[in-house]
Design a protein around this ligand. Structure first.
Ligand code: ADP
Ligand code: MG
Length: 711
């Protein structure tokens, strides 16, 4: 009864109802939902009753049991969206869109906008843009969005008046934005109660440390919904170093033994892995379709993975973007490599390190939970039970492993003055906070403990602060567009397409497109050439130039996002045309990156060695750098880098050589001393080599040098 009266209400509200479909297809609707089968269904009244009694509620339930798709619907039916809206957040765009589509489908209101998702415009394809144009967003009843977007709304209206109920889904992911939202909402809920306009807050997850969160939220009520939809059988095997090959072998084995009767989802660590796997796995293309799914894909490409291909079995290689919230129809087999690639920011050394890591127990459970949603399934873990037991319980909250500058800017931007005292679930180290605020001061983003206008732009951009600095300086110099393009290119990795390229071919491809002014200039010219193509010719242009088309398309999309942010903030057109452009670009780069500096320090085993200015550590130039291909052994050479990566040794990435003269305009570093240092080091290196050859001879020049050194 409840359901049908609710649907009638929906029909009344809908400006564009499909004729009579709501009432005609009552049976179809129930079939669409199959909701009565879900473990959550039996507890819907319990959930609503508890919500009546409590303003904050934590709901725990097994993966696939109906949290994400059902709870928002129960709230709709209970009338929470009568005067205000319900919002449900997801950690990722992919999830917020696919969940929205599913709920709209279950409610049979796909052709309305009662259930809608909010995302950045540039992410939308034409069809979605058209659909959105047709409707008034005021009619939304249930909204899905990322936690980041909700936090942005909160900055504009810190009572979140639009909403009657907020669901923070997949809270175990503990993104920066989830953590900040929890802290703010914890204060807002009692405030709204006092204003006699209560706001309900629901936290949901299958795998969260509920005691910790409950304690944090003033001992808030936890309800655990028992039950699981379909069983997923788990198999373990011995861990191998080359997990990509191991996964492929596993797939092949399943195919050969006729065990692959449904779609397979294979969790690997990085885009590189996905490409490698896609190229390596040879299957009968009439029967199987090999696909990849990762975060650097636009909506169009992502949605392909969700489409049904008649009678073909999909083998989907994915990273952890597919780990939570999503249901891909017909997935029966999960292969979990147990690995993830995570960017960890080392606050001490001020470097970000891309680390290949073992996943945690919560991830393992989530990955397994992508099966068992429509039917029973199997999960093959490419590790043993003892390895699982050795894994961390849950992932480290993002706030503890990301660039603190971004965290501080975000907090400062909505008026948190005292970051050290700010009541976060997990707090970053006090000294690190102080250090990072000092850095923000030096970039002009903070003054007297308060965020500056430029700081606000940087917070909106959400990039590493020094990259935002480059953009802002670029705007001042009249070359903002170029700097946004460079920043967008820096958000993607792996633009070079590795398929079947020999080392020589790779180098050739690199040289062909290299700009001697360094990697950032090279990225810019690649971007410009790429975007001269229409959508249709992009792919062939990329193939001819050995670039990975999806990555470049993603950069283009990111460019649009960044451009819009700047435009909204500055309220002016930022297209300029400048002569002497390259000099200006170099200046903007310098203003952002002047602290990330390495100087040439000699040659070891025919490889150039550099030394980091701040850390006084030896580093090598990353393989992908154009400087590596073009060669560079200028004694006075100083390079600025955007990334420091640790593999077998330390590598600097995305390099731009700069002159001492230019650098001295931006940095207080004693360049003369630096010059001497680098010469001295060089000399010592040279002496080492020469000593062997000439120690017996009476080399007066060298003796003099040595004396100078000792002196
Ligand atoms: P949870 O959030 O608890 O993991 P969901 O609410 O996402 O669970 O999904 C509950 C169930 O609804 C799934 O187990 C599946 O049976 C069904 N379901 C959800 N999304 C889809 C979809 N896109 N296609 C088909 N079935 C789906
Ligand atoms: Mg879910």
């Amino acid at each position: 009864k409840n359901i049908s009266s609710f649907l009638k209400e929906m029909q009344r509200l809908s400006k564009n109802p499909i004729q009579n479909s709501y009432l005609r297809n009552a049976y179809d609707r129930e079939f669409r939902r199959a909701r009565a089968k879900l473990p959550f269904y039996a507890f819907r009244h319990t959930i609503l009753e508890e919500l009546e009694k409590n303003d904050m509620l934590i709901i725990i339930g097994h993966t696939g049991s109906g949290k994400t798709t059902q709870v928002p619907q129960y709230l709709l039916e209970a009338g929470f969206a009568k005067n205000r809206k319900i919002v449900c957040t997801q950690p990722r765009k992919i999830a917020s869109i696919s969940v929205c589509k599913r709920i709209a489908f279950e409610l049979d209101c796909e052709h309305t906008n009662l259930v809608d998702f909010k995302t950045v415009r540039t992410f939308l394809n034409k069809q979605e843009l058209e659909r959105k144009k047709k409707f008034n967003h005021k009619d939304n009843k249930l909204l899905l969005m990322t936690d980041r977007l909700l936090l942005q709304e909160y900055k504009k209206d810190n009572l979140l008046r639009k909403y009657s109920c907020i669901i923070i889904d997949e809270a175990h992911e503990r993104t920066l934005f989830t953590d900040i939202l929890l802290c703010e909402l914890k204060k807002l809920v009692p405030k709204r109660r006092q204003m006699k306009n209560p706001l309900k807050l629901i936290i949901m997850s299958a795998t969260i440390d509920e005691t910790k969160i409950s304690n944090y939220l003033n001992s808030c009520k936890v309800i655990t919904i028992p039950g699981q939809l379909y069983p997923v059988k788990v198999f373990y095997e011995k861990i191998e170093q080359d997990y990509v090959s191991q996964s492929i072998r596993k797939i092949k084995h399943l195919i050969e033994s006729n065990k692959l009767t449904g779609h397979a989802l294979v969790f690997l660590a990085s885009l590189d892995d996905l490409k490698k796997a896609q190229n390596k796995l040879k299957v009968d293309n009439d029967k199987y379709s090999v696909m990849i799914l990762h975060g650097n894909m636009n909506m169009e490409e992502q949605s392909k993975v969700f489409e049904e291909l008649d009678s073909k079995i999909k083998i989907i290689f994915t990273t952890n973007v597919a780990e939570t919230s999503i249901t891909i129809n017909g997935v029966k087999v999960i292969i979990d490599s147990g690995r993830v690639k995570q960017k960890v920011y080392d606050q001490d050394r001020n470097i970000s390190i891309l680390k290949l890591k073992f996943i945690n127990q919560s991830s393992a459970q989530q990955r397994k939970g992508r099966a068992g949603r429509m039917q029973s399934g199997e999960c093959y873990r490419l590790y043993e039970l003892k390895d699982l037991e050795n894994m961390e319980f849950s992932c480290e909250p993002e706030i503890l492993r990301m660039h603190l500058g971004i965290v501080c800017l975000e907090l400062l931007s909505f008026g948190v003055d005292n970051i050290i005292e700010y009541d976060l679930i997990d707090k970053p180290d006090r000294n690190d906070i102080i250090k990072s605020i000092k850095k923000l001061e030096s970039l002009g983003f903070v003054e007297y403990g308060k965020i500056t206008e430029n700081g606000r732009i940087a917070a909106d951009l959400g990039l590493e602060p020094m990259i935002s600095r480059m953009i802002i300086e670029g705007i001042n110099l009249g070359i903002g567009i170029d700097m946004i393009k460079i920043a967008a290119m820096l958000t993607i990795t792996n633009i070079l397409y590795k398929k079947d390229l020999t080392k020589d071919e790779k180098n050739q491809a690199k040289v062909q497109n290299s700009n001697t002014k360094g990697d950032l200039f090279t990225l810019l010219s690649i971007y410009n050439q790429f975007s001269q193509n229409k959508f249709k010719t992009q792919y062939s242009w990329c193939n001819a130039n050995r670039y990975y088309c999806n990555a470049l398309r993603f950069a283009k999309q990111t460019y649009g996002e960044l451009y819009n942010i700047i435009k909204t903030r500055l309220n002016k057109n930022i297209i300029f045309d400048q002569s002497k452009k390259e000099d200006l670009i170099l200046k903007a780069i310098c203003s952002g990156l002047h602290l990330q500096l390495a100087y040439f320090n000699g040659v070891v085993n025919r490889q150039n060695v550099y030394k980091l200015y701040e850390l006084n550590q030896e580093v090598f130039i990353h393989n992908e750098s154009v400087l590596n291909v073009l060669g560079n052994s200028d004694i006075d050479s100083i390079v600025l880098y955007t990334e420091l990566n640790q593999h077998d040794r330390l590598y600097i990435k995305n390099l731009t050589p700069v002159s001492h003269e230019l650098l001295s305009q931006y940095s207080r570093i004693d360049l003369d001393k630096l010059k001497k240092e680098s010469k001295k080091e060089l000399l010592i290196n040279n002496i080492n080599i020469q000593v062997i050859e000439k120690i017996k001879g009476n080399n007066s020049e060298m003796q003099q040098q040595i004396e100078e050194l000792i002196g």
